[in-house]
Design a protein around this ligand. Structure first.
Ligand SMILES: [Zn+2]
Length: 233
C-alpha cells in the first residue's frame, strides 16, 4: 500500500520525520537529498504508528462538538469582543482574506484547510489589534501600568506572556473566550509588569484588579479544551 503524503524538503532537517495532521493526512519532512523510495519505506515501516495516531485523532474528534471540527467555518464567534463574523469562500489566484461588509469576511483560494487556517489566524490578528489592543491599553492606564510593544500570536500552550522589557505577547485565541475570561488574561499579563513571577504579591495585584480571578482561571482551563480546529489545526 502506498500512502499519499505531503513532502517538505528542509535544508536543515537531519532526518526524515512524520506528522499526522488534524485532517488525518500525512506530512513528511526530509533533508534535501533523501530519495523518495527511502521515504516510502519509512512510511511503510510506520504504518502501525500512523494508524494509531489517526485512531487517537478520531477519538478526539468524536468527543468534540461537531462545530469545533469544522476546518472551513461559515461563522466565527468572537465573544471577547462581542462580534460574530460570517465567513464566505471564493475562488482566487492566491490565498487572502478581505472584508465584504461590517461582519462579513471573504476567504479566497482557501480550499486547503492549512490555507483557510492561516487566513483565519491572520484575520484574528487584525481583529485583536483593532479591538483587544485598545482594551489592554485602557486597563493599563486604569491600573497605572505601562506595557511595551504588544505582539499577537497563535500559540498552542500559552495565552500570553510578559517579557522583562515590558513587551507583551498575547494569543489571538483570546478573541474566542468569553469577555470576562479574556479580560482576566489581559489583566494577568499586565500584572506581570509589576511582578515578573507568580509570587503572592503578584496574585494580590491580580486580585485587586480582578477580584473573581479564580473563577475566570477555571473557565480559562475549560475553554482551552474547546478551541475549534480552524484555529488549532
Ligand atoms: Zn503569569
Amino acid at each position: 500500500m502506498s500512502e499519499a503524503f505531503q513532502l517538505r524538503r528542509h535544508r536543515r532537517a537531519r532526518r526524515v520525520t512524520l506528522r499526522v495532521k488534524a485532517d488525518a493526512s500525512l506530512v513528511v519532512t526530509a533533508p534535501p537529498r533523501v530519495p523518495e523510495r527511502v521515504i516510502r519505506d519509512f512510511l511503510a515501516e510506520r504504518a502501525d504508528w500512523i494508524e494509531r495516531a489517526r485512531g487517537r485523532l478520531q477519538a478526539v474528534r468524536d468527543q468534540r462538538p461537531e462545530h469545533l471540527n469544522d476546518t472551513h467555518p461559515n461563522t466565527i464567534e468572537l465573544p471577547a469582543i462581542g462580534r460574530v463574523l460570517d465567513i464566505r469562500y471564493a475562488e482566487g489566484d492566491r490565498p487572502r482574506w478581505r472584508a465584504r461588509g461590517v461582519d462579513c469576511i471573504e476567504l479566497q483560494a482557501a480550499e486547503a484547510s492549512d490555507d483557510a487556517r492561516a487566513l483565519l489566524i491572520d484575520l484574528l490578528k487584525a481583529m485583536a489589534r483593532g479591538s483587544l489592543e485598545p482594551r489592554v491599553l485602557e486597563f493599563a492606564e486604569r491600573h497605572g501600568l505601562k506595557p511595551g510593544r504588544i505582539t499577537w500570536r497563535n500559540q498552542v500552550s500559552r495565552w500570553g506572556s510578559c517579557a522583562a522589557s515590558g513587551n507583551l505577547s498575547l494569543n489571538v485565541r483570546l478573541l474566542l473566550l468569553d469577555r470576562d475570561v479574556c479580560d482576566y488574561v489581559l489583566l494577568h499579563e499586565l500584572a506581570h509588569l509589576e511582578h515578573p513571577n507568580h509570587s503572592r504579591a503578584f496574585w494580590a495585584k491580580v486580585e485587586a484588579m480582578c477580584p473573581d480571578y479564580k473563577l475566570r482561571e477555571r473557565a480559562l482551563k475549560a475553554a482551552s479544551r474547546a478551541m475549534p480546529v480552524w484555529v488549532t489545526g
